[in-house]
Design a binder for this molecule. Structure first.
Ligand code: ADP
Ligand code: MG
Ligand code: MG
Length: 342
């Protein structure tokens, strides 16, 4: 019997989000956090997690950008379509992640690190602001050997999606997927994920660039990319076109670059094409917005589910907008149940 084929294999950092609205202002002061900041935890931040967990109303949700995307793609596609790789600890937090993945039927291959706890992202909520404090912990311990041990899953997957955050963790694993994609003419997608990836992980990012069949990010990441590369470009329309036309290894596929801009239209550039397309977002009533964390991850999920189904770019963008609009009506990065269909 031929082995089962997966539509998409995803790789990145599995993280548990701990969201609390209790004593937010005091916590921001105590840990000198920006109300909308993104902080990589060092030793002085580590006690924040117990404080957040001591809130009886704290919400624990499965996070990690590409894991959110993987769940979203699986939410849309047939059962058993998506596999996800990353590293967790041997603890109850990893079990929580598994529960969320099981809910949508996402299959995961976690490397389990015996020393480090599962990665956590503390979310300090004050009004409409969210300050994120991330401790990668076990997520930082992914090893390319683990991917190699499960290489049959790679061979049996039709496309690869990597979260840019993984460029801080295990570049050899990212490159193994990138090179395999080019060699076998499979699509390789990368999400920029955060401005700091463009600024401080420019070299590994540039190492992956020739392999991008799809590159996706938001407007602030686009600008950070342009700045980090000293491009004399500031308009996202110009930057998206630049990304699409960077040199490409696999010439059998034209690169597609996608830049989302929150409530502003999504921009799409195709390698070699003059026109940058612009697609308005699905408007939703402000009062229905619960949490915009992970909007971009949900967008990527809808978009790549469309790609897996062989839909037109226009329809893929629309599927991305659709899933993002659903996702931001949920607490934490999740998708609504009962399941909705596009
Ligand atoms: P990120 O989460 O990476 O910053 P964006 O903020 O650009 O990504 O959001 C991604 C997509 O999510 C947008 O293109 C849009 O489709 C949807 N989205 C985000 N915020 C809203 C909103 N307030 N109303 C409707 N759709 C939204
Ligand atoms: Mg945004
Ligand atoms: Mg994003």
């Amino acid at each position: 019997m031929a082995p089962h084929q997966y539509q998409l294999l995803c790789l990145e950092n599995p993280i548990l989000d701990i969201i609390s609205k209790k004593d937010g202002r005091a916590l921001l002061d105590e840990y000198t956090l920006d109300p909308n900041g993104f902080t990589m935890a060092d030793d002085k931040h580590k006690s924040i997690y117990d404080k957040l967990l001591s809130d009886p109303n704290a919400v624990l949700t499965a996070g990690g950008a590409a894991q959110n995307t993987a769940r979203g793609v699986q939410y849309i596609l047939e059962p058993d379509s998506v596999v996800y790789f990353g590293c967790v600890g041997n603890d109850e937090y990893a079990e929580k992640l598994q529960e969320a993945n099981k809910k949508v039927g996402l299959k995961v291959f976690y490397r389990v690190d015996e020393k480090e706890p599962t990665g956590r992202c503390g979310v300090v909520v004050t009004d409409h602001n969210r300050s994120l404090v991330t401790d990668l912990a076990a997520a930082n311990c992914y090893k390319v050997e683990h991917l190699k041990e499960h290489w049959d899953m790679v061979e049996n997957s039709k496309a690869y999606f990597v979260g840019g955050y993984h460029l801080t963790v295990c570049v050899p694993a990212v490159m193994a997927l990138a090179e395999d994609a080019a060699k076998n003419n499979k699509p390789f997608a990368l999400s920029l994920n955060a401005p700091f990836i463009c600024q401080f992980f420019k070299d590994p990012l540039d190492q992956t660039a020739p392999y991008w069949d799809y590159i996706v990010g938001n407007e602030t990441e686009a600008v950070a990319y342009a700045e980090a590369h000293s491009l004399d470009l500031t308009a996202p329309q110009e930057i998206v076109k630049h990304l699409a036309n960077l040199p490409k290894k696999n010439t059998q596929r034209k690169r597609v670059a996608i830049i989302t801009q929150g409530t502003e239209p999504t921009l799409v550039a195709v390698q070699g094409e003059e026109e940058v397309k612009s697609y308005p977002v699905h408007p939703i009533d402000k009062t229905k917005i619960e949490d915009t964390t992970g909007a971009g991850d949900a967008f990527a999920a809808g978009f790549f589910a469309g790609i897996a189904k062989g839909e037109s770019l226009e329809k893929c963008v629309d599927m991305g907008q659709w899933l993002a609009a659903l996702g931001i009506q949920e607490q934490g990065p999740g998708y609504p149940f009962p399941k909705q269909t596009y």
